[in-house]
Design a binder for this molecule. Structure first.
Ligand SMILES: NC(=O)c1ccc[n+]([C@@H]2O[C@H](COP(=O)([O-])OP(=O)(O)OC[C@H]3O[C@@H](n4cnc5c(N)ncnc54)[C@H](OP(=O)(O)O)[C@@H]3O)[C@@H](O)[C@H]2O)c1
Length: 349
């Protein structure tokens, strides 16, 4: 099978580091270039200490990037759109991990952002990079916009129910808890250790950016309700989405719901259905998923109402970012979808 030359733009960030870790172990990748403005000329192990001694690769300036087969764009939100124009001259396949191209429709973008998208005609060129929903489109894509981390957990948790019209959509409440690495490596007042350590900070009670892509993928209109809040918790990696949905047909049993989830996710290599009868690991918890590409999903039926609580967990840098992007690369390149993503996580951690 052909070997690919790959670029990573924004490679000194947390997502860039995770991409490097995965791609350095990928047998289908022969050559990697990685850019950084601050660290050009330095070995990557000086910035990503887990990769020390793994490779002699050094960061280079974006201006020095040479043509290659594929570029992963791991720039901060809002920076990809402009960069895409230049990067498209260097590589026929782009996988963007930011949020700039996740919405299909320029009108929807304007609805959520209050301004026009800088490249509105490009939005439809990008395939939303969530393999469980768009595998065949990803296989043929030349532009992929990898799904957001909170969005991936929420969409995978709810899609089996929404796609079948089983939910009273006016009542769904999603509470996401997210680890600190979600905010990237740039220090802010809120990330200063004495302020951040031990904090339980509801940073986006309403108006989270990911709501737009979640609604798009669940087949909702921008005006449809989805009650979504996000809280930053005291862990480094991890997202847990606790989704309260109300079934339109209260006679649906837990067994019926299992059958639905198994039908959608049974063959999926990275979605695991979790529902142990006893013990501390009955429901999905992101902690043992650190470094993996798994999204664990479980649910509990409330016996006293039509409520179903669906819980999804993942690593925001894994299935929520770099792992998912490598999964998309595997699909496009014809490698086994699990290539370089076999890590099972650590327990205990
Ligand atoms: N963190 C997550 O959990 C997560 C999950 C899913 C998706 N994402 C998305 O993935 C992207 C990268 O996230 P991240 O967490 O890796 O961010 P990050 O840690 O802040 O890294 C981004 C890197 O981009 C470079 N950069 C910053 N501003 C730039 C600019 N104006 N122009 C060019 N380069 C710039 C910086 O490197 P230099 O200064 O060294 O050049 C920085 O190390 C973001 O769009 C984010 O929304 C993140």
């Amino acid at each position: 099978m052909r070997e690919w030359s790959v670029g990573i733009v924004g490679g000194s960030g947390y997502v860039g580091g995770e991409l490097l870790r995965l791609l350095l172990g990928h047998p289908g990748v022969s050559d990697i270039q990685v850019t950084s403005r601050r660290h050009a000329g330095r070995r990557i192990g000086t910035v990503h200490p887990n990769l020390r001694g793994r490779t002699g690769l050094k960061f280079r300036r974006a201006e020095d990037l040479q043509p290659c087969d594929l570029i992963f764009i791991a720039l901060p939100h809002g920076e990809s759109a402009e960069a895409t124009r230049q990067l498209a001259q260097l590589a026929p396949l782009l996988i963007d991990l930011g949020g700039d191209f996740r919405l299909d429709d320029p009108g929807t973008w304007r609805h959520y952002h209050g301004v026009d998208h800088p490249l509105p005609d490009e939005l439809c060129e990008f395939v939303y990079g969530l393999p469980e929903l768009h595998r065949e489109r990803i296989r043929r894509a030349s532009r992929i916009s990898s799904a957001g981390c909170n969005a991936t957990a929420t969409i995978l948790a709810l899609h089996p129910l929404y796609s079948r019209g089983l939910v009273d959509i006016s009542r769904t409440v999603v509470e996401v808890k997210a680890g600190t690495s979600q905010g990237g490596n740039a220090p802010t007042a809120g990330s200063h250790h004495p302020d951040r350590s031990g904090a339980l900070r509801c940073y986006r009670p309403v108006g989270h950016r990911h709501v737009a892509e979640i609604k798009q993928e669940l087949g909702l209109r921008p005006s449809d309700p989805l009650h979504f809040s996000a809280t930053a918790v005291d862990m480094v990696r991890g997202v847990q989405a606790v989704c309260h949905v109300f079934l339109r047909d209260p006679s649906l049993t837990e067994r019926d719901i299992w059958a639905i989830y198994r039908q959608d996710y049974g063959p999926e290599p990275f979605v695991r259905l979790v529902n142990e009868k006893r013990g501390p690991h009955r429901l999905p918890d992101p902690r043992p998923l650190a470094g993996t590409n798994f999204c664990d999903i479980g649910f509990v039926r409330d016996p006293d109402s039509s409520r179903l609580v669906v819980i999804a967990a993942l690593d925001n840098l894994g299935k929520g970012a770099a792992g998912q992007a490598v999964q998309a690369f595997n699909i496009v390149s014809g490698h086994s979808e699990t290539r370089a993503l076999e890590f099972t996580g650590l327990y205990p951690v």
